[in-house]
Design a protein around this ligand. Structure first.
Ligand code: ASP
Ligand code: MG
Length: 422
């Protein structure tokens, strides 16, 4: 007997037929003798719809009220799934975020889980009851509803898996695993059997939409074994243990697996594209200590995540331009914060461009190989794709390019790193 947390995304929960199918998959897992908790997303498109209502109400909406609105999508699907399970003769009940409770901080719209009190949940699971938990939501220290940021129900699932000490967290989604890149862009993309936490973290943070970034770092920190697999399987398919998804593993486990298969480590594991960043340039900033602190301090205080940053050395007059990227969803707030501080910071103009895309190549293999970035720059240059910014980490190289060239860039790189399958 194992204890398993199953998570179903929005596409799997979109409508009565699909929820019924999910209920049957869950029922089968329980019938195999496992203790089961299920974490669900809102129906596909629902959260977007709710976010839109908030924007229409007020572009600078109160994040606490936004949470009240957008958390409702998951409340609906968790209640419905519990009903479907009951209709199949299973014991099941929903546990809203505040009922578990899933305690978070008070950073509304992007709250972090601080603690899950899993005692009641575990007692219920041990009694044979299936626990259905709405993803994405929690409760703040002040007792208000919080949400974890878009895609947050993956993080809910991993956090619940850690809290109930699950043997595995199975994330059922509309793709059947993690691919070398988006198969809708590159038909020759291949499914990966295993990827490391670190690679997955980089891929998730740069727009591979399979898992939310935070869920991966949490899994890595807590040592939760995560499997990504498709929920679009036949009703009578075998239980999850034998479905070929992608397993997210530690570096050591991967090394052992590859040794056993006598495989060479791939140089690049995946390529991801992210169109959710916007580029801001502040021109003619004084090249003196404290200048960039005056820009990024207030953004940090407002919980805005800055990603790429470029500052050139001063040209004439001891002035320089600073370019950086923020999530598009934070662009309006960033602009208004910087506008307010125009005099303190002392810049000349603020330029914003949201028609950019960040393309990243990721792989632990590049730790031991030179030339990965050079190959990328050459391949893009050969197609006339201009690079506007660059960042690197030990296992990742990212470039910022014109959004219109996203698909071309991904295809060109997939070929350049010899990743194309049959
Ligand atoms: N429904 C939320 C969203 O779309 C959370 C999730 O599905 O992971 O962002
Ligand atoms: Mg998702």
């Amino acid at each position: 007997m194992a204890r398993i947390v199953m998570k179903f995304g929005g596409t799997s929960m979109a409508g009565t037929e699909r929820i019924r199918r999910v209920a049957r998959i869950v029922q089968r897992q329980q019938a195999a003798g496992h203790e089961v908790a299920v974490v669900v997303s809102a129906m596909a498109g629902e959260t977007d719809r709710l976010v839109n209502f908030c924007r229409e109400a007020d572009p600078l909406y109160d994040p606490a009220e936004y949470d009240v609105v957008v958390a409702s999508g998951e409340q609906v699907t968790s209640g419905l799934l519990a009903m479907h399970l009951q209709a199949l003769g299973c014991k099941a009940r929903s546990w809203l975020g505040w009922q578990v409770p899933i305690k978070t901080d008070d950073a509304h719209a992007k709250a972090r889980i601080e603690d899950i009190d899993a005692a009641a949940l575990m007692a219920s699971m041990a009694s044979g009851e299936i626990a259905v938990i709405p993803g994405f939501q929690g409760i703040s220290p002040a007792g208000r509803i919080t949400t974890l940021g878009r895609g947050g129900s993956d993080t809910s699932a991993v956090a619940v898996a850690a809290a109930v000490k699950a043997d595995r967290c199975d994330i059922y989604t509309d793709v059947d695993g993690v691919y070398t890149t988006d198969p809708r862009i590159v038909a020759k993309a291949r499914k990966l059997k295993n990827v490391t936490y670190e690679e997955m973290l980089e891929l998730a943070s740069v727009g591979s939409k399979v898992l939310q970034t935070r869920s991966v770092s949490l899994a890595m920190k807590e040592g939760v074994r995560v499997q990504v697999l498709s929920s679009f399987i036949d009703d009578d398919a075998p239980a999850a243990d034998t479905i070929p998804g992608t397993m997210i593993v530690s570096d050591d486990e991967l090394a052992r697996i590859q040794e056993g298969l006598d495989m060479e480590r791939q140089l690049i594991t995946g390529i991801a594209a992210d169109k959710n960043e916007a580029k801001i340039t502040l021109t003619r900033i004084a090249d003196r200590p404290g200048a960039v602190a005056a820009i990024f301090g207030p953004l940090a205080a407002a919980n805005i995540n800055v990603d790429m940053i470029i500052q050139n050395i001063a040209k004439d007059r001891g002035e320089t331009d600073v370019t950086f990227t923020v999530p598009i969803s934070d662009l309006a707030r960033t602009q208004s914060l910087l506008e307010e501080r125009k005099d303190t910071i002392g810049y000349y103009r603020m330029l914003a461009n949201s028609k950019v895309a960040k393309i990243s190549v990721v792989g632990v293999g590049m730790r031991s190989h030179a030339g990965v970035a050079a190959t990328m720059f050459r391949a893009l240059a050969d197609r006339g794709i201009n690079i506007q910014a660059i960042t690197t980490s030990e296992i990742k190289v990212s470039v910022l390019i014109d959004e219109d060239e996203t698909e071309l860039a991904v295809r060109v790189l997939h070929t350049a790193y010899e990743m194309d399958g049959e």
